[in-house]
Design a protein around this ligand. Structure first.
Ligand code: PEP
Length: 252
């Protein structure tokens, strides 16, 4: 099953709101398309409770993870800790982490390695800024991010990796990539995976689109064969909108 719709709640919601939304989503899972996996990335303080509770098949992701292993790193939480709490995935390399918290390609690569070694799934986020899109260098930017993130990653290890293409100029801006722009970049990423690994890995790896995806545009974006779902920020905060987006991502 390649299709995934993931909601990134960022730094939003109280624990009571988070509990309530997971309960509502869990109850709605029976009416969601069977070929789509649903993932939610709540704020870190809620991960242990939400992953340990009743979640009816919803995958739980951390919004970030430490580049270090367990040890004297005040304030960090590690991939091993997330696994021990029952967390399924971590977002790695989200553009807000890269821009606001100084996460370089090198740090992103370390995080990918930590997750893989701990047995934690990875949603590897990549995306170009507006200047790169405007000067036509978006493919080389994405390629450089992927080359760095997957340095030393084996084909077997790719089983736990999802890629999210998130053009920075479309995140939280209300401006979304056109279906054609998304299709083109997703196809580029899939070809890169085929070259770097093999056709089978390229076929099996989910490539999600993220950037102002909402019920009104999800259907069109998800129609491209190389778009396997979405990483949804703002629109995932509204449970009804999120459910509509999940329902858009069905091949049934
Ligand atoms: C995101 O932050 O990953 C994202 C895609 O946000 P938004 O949907 O709000 O653009």
């Amino acid at each position: 099953m390649r299709n995934i719709v993931a909601g990134n709640w960022k730094s939003n919601k109280s624990i009571n709101e988070a509990r309530e939304r997971i309960a509502v989503m869990g109850a709605a899972m029976g009416s969601m398309p069977k070929d789509v996996r649903v993932m939610i990335a709540p704020p870190a303080p809620y991960l242990s409770e939400l992953s340990g509770g009743e979640r009816n098949g919803i995958l739980i992701a951390a919004q970030q993870v430490s580049a270090f292993s367990d040890g004297a790193y005040t304030g960090e939480f590690t991939a091993n800790m997330l696994v021990s709490c029952g967390v399924d995935f971590a977002l790695v390399g989200h553009s807000e982490r890269r821009a606001d918290f100084g996460e370089s390609d090198e740090i992103v690569a370390k995080k990918v390695r930590r997750c893989i070694d701990a047995g934690l799934g990875v949603v590897l986020c990549c995306g170009e800024n507006l200047a790169s899109r405007d000067n036509g260098s978006q493919e080389s930017v994405i390629k450089a991010q992927l080359v760095s993130a997957f340095e030393g990653v084996s084909s077997e290890e790719m089983a736990g990796v999802v890629v999210a293409y998130e053009p920075i100029w479309a995140i939280g801006t209300g401006r979304t990539a056109s279906a054609a722009q998304a299709a083109e970049m997703h196809s580029f990423i899939r070809s890169y995976l085929a070259d770097r690994f093999d056709e089978d890995i390229a076929f099996r790896t989910s490539i999600l689109y993220g950037g102002s995806c909402k019920p009104s545009n999800a259907d069109e974006i998800f129609r491209s064969p190389d778009v396997d779902g979405g990483l949804i920020g703002g629109a995932s905060l509204d449970t009804s909108d999120f459910q509509l987006i999940i329902k858009s991502d069905s091949s049934l």
